[in-house]
Design a protein around this ligand. Structure first.
Ligand code: AKG
Ligand code: FE2
Length: 520
């Protein structure tokens, strides 16, 4: 690249020598359009000096820092271009003035047309223009603006179609989260989507205004470990939580369940069929109107069950597999842990827990799994089909279940616990419908690590402001709970969208396997 080494090429003490390049470009462009006349060599040299002067302006360290920061912060192409425009204009302005190009966007368009023409006779002009675009963090070749707009339009269409294909039960809560009516049209919802970060901030502000005591503590928005955090940290955390929550809601709406799940019958097995009885079905899906029946942990918590006030929603089955196989599975998990495959939970409510996903999508994945874990996973994956079959033969209306064939194995040690939560908030954040747990521990009283199941109470509906939205009307009743020991071979199944639960801190290391069964 030829450089003059002192200021812009073509200027002497700020006096312009290339005045009128804009005019020369216009004339050459129309001569070329009219008579296919190629640009003169003199114009090529003028053009080269213009690009070199811009190069020098763009290489300014401060300018480069700002462009790079924009590129890192803005992922949306169109928004990046519109934000870059005014910044680049500041760097271009003195150069354009010096070369006699009109200021602003008109100068940019004229320069681009001029460069396109010069590139037809001089490939190095094209190279130079590519270098310049790179300095602006743009691809070397310019995509023409109509194709950028077309791309944005087709992305919008695509989003709108995906929203239209989602059931109203999913679309409605998303619309309400954006303060639209429950039955807002897919177009209205798609138009609201870019406001997602702003909406998350509004919801966060609303919660922050309620005061710390209302948002921090067991069963609240944030765990007690946040009690001493500064207001700024809280604000950032709550905002981030709602942004992620809204993102999950959106992705739940636009990702069809069937695209990543399989039919339960694909995993049917006799172990599961033999296990599930009429009683299991009644425990899980029994009549909603029955107030007084007992919790199905008859042998464990007989005295507490009636206090809970839920007579359905949880089924517990004991000794479903041999101690020999749960011990072997524990050893296999310990080996995975040693190999570094068991990683810490990222959820702030799930402090210190660590887990590994066991995948069963393909035959290779199945074969890769160690034998005891594979056997247990295959058993658990058979339960959704067994539940549906038993529901049908007992004339109980069950949900349409789908299997996402991966199982989480999680471990808690001293210091780890899971605060009160639900595995799905009305099904709007994820499609979990039934949680199936299998415990692997040689548990003794005093070992801790019980699964705590809470009763619920009605609270004032706070529709439109919180996660779960309509769901805010049901809250855990922290005074009423039962603790279920994580005994080897014990299977606990519960309705993910209704049952508030927690894991108490254990004194001994504790392992559990979880299958979340999905539904619309
Ligand atoms: O391990 C348990 O008992 C329950 C864990 C749990 O609630 C969860 O992972 O969502
Ligand atoms: Fe859970």
């Amino acid at each position: 690249m030829s450089r003059t080494g002192h200021g812009y090429a073509g200027t002497t003490n700020g006096v312009t020598t290339d005045a009128g390049l804009g005019k020369k470009f216009s004339e050459a462009i129309s001569a070329n359009a009219r008579e296919k006349q190629p640009p003169s060599q003199a114009l090529v040299e003028d053009g080269r000096r213009l690009l070199e002067a811009l190069m020098e302006a763009y290489m300014d360290a401060e300018f480069q820092r700002e462009v790079c920061r924009l590129r890192e912060e803005i992922h949306d192409e169109l928004r990046f271009l519109t934000t870059l425009g005014p910044l680049a204009a500041r760097a271009q302005e003195p150069v354009f003035q010096c070369f006699g190009l009109p200021p602003g966007q008109r100068g940019v368009i004229l320069m681009k047309m001029g460069v396109r023409l010069l590139s037809t006779v001089s490939p190095d002009i094209k190279e130079l223009a590519g270098d310049l675009r790179e300095l602006l963090c743009l691809p070397r070749e310019e995509e023409d603006i109509t194709s950028t707009i077309k791309k944005a339009e087709s992305e919008f269409q695509d989003l709108q179609q995906k929203i239209a294909a989602a059931p109203l039960e999913l679309r409605g809560p998303l619309a309400e989260a954006f303060l639209l009516p429950y039955n807002a049209s897919p177009v209205e919802i798609a138009q609201a989507v870019p406001r997602l970060p702003k909406r998350a901030k509004e919801i966060a502000d609303h919660h922050m205004a309620r005061g710390r005591q209302d948002i921090i503590g067991e069963g609240k928005l944030l765990g007690s470990d946040m009690a001493h955090a500064s207001d700024e940290t809280l604000q950032a955390k709550v905002q981030d939580m709602f942004e992620r929550y809204l993102q999950k809601m959106l992705s739940r709406v636009i990702t069809p369940l069937d695209s990543y799940t399989r039919a339960p019958e694909d995993f049917a097995c006799s172990w599961a069929r033999d296990l599930v009885s009429k009683q299991t079905i009644q425990d899980l899906w029994g009549s909603q109107t029955c107030q007084t029946a007992t919790l199905p942990v008859r042998d464990v918590v007989e005295d507490l069950s009636s206090q809970l006030g839920f007579s359905h929603g949880v089924a517990i089955l004991n000794d479903t597999v041999s101690v020999k196989v749960t011990r072997q599975a524990r050893e296999e998990l310990a080996a995975l842990e040693t190999a570094g495959a068991v990683t810490p939970s990222q959820d702030p409510c799930n402090v210190g827990a660590r887990s590994v996903w066991l995948h069963f999508e393909t035959a290779e994945e199945r074969e890769k799994s160690p034998p005891a874990l594979r056997e247990l996973c295959e058993h658990l994956l058979g339960l959704p089909h067994a539940l549906l079959a038993a529901a049908e033969s007992n004339s109980v209306v069950a949900s349409r279940l789908r299997v996402h064939p991966h199982i989480m194995a999680a471990t808690y040690r001293r210091g780890a616990e899971y605060h009160c939560h639900k595995d799905s908030y009305s099904g709007t954040d994820n499609s979990r419908m039934v949680t199936i747990l299998l415990y692997l521990n040689d548990w003794q009283p005093g070992d801790g690590g019980e699964l705590r199941l809470f009763g619920t109470k009605q609270v004032d509906a706070d529709v439109g402001t919180g996660p779960g939205l309509r769901d805010a009307a049901s809250a855990p009743d922290l005074e009423r709970f039962v603790d279920v020991a994580p005994l080897s071979g014990r299977v606990v199944m519960f309705r993910s969208r209704e049952i508030w639960h927690a894991v108490r801190e254990p004194r001994e290391q504790r392992w559990a396997m979880t299958l979340w069964v999905m539904a619309d």
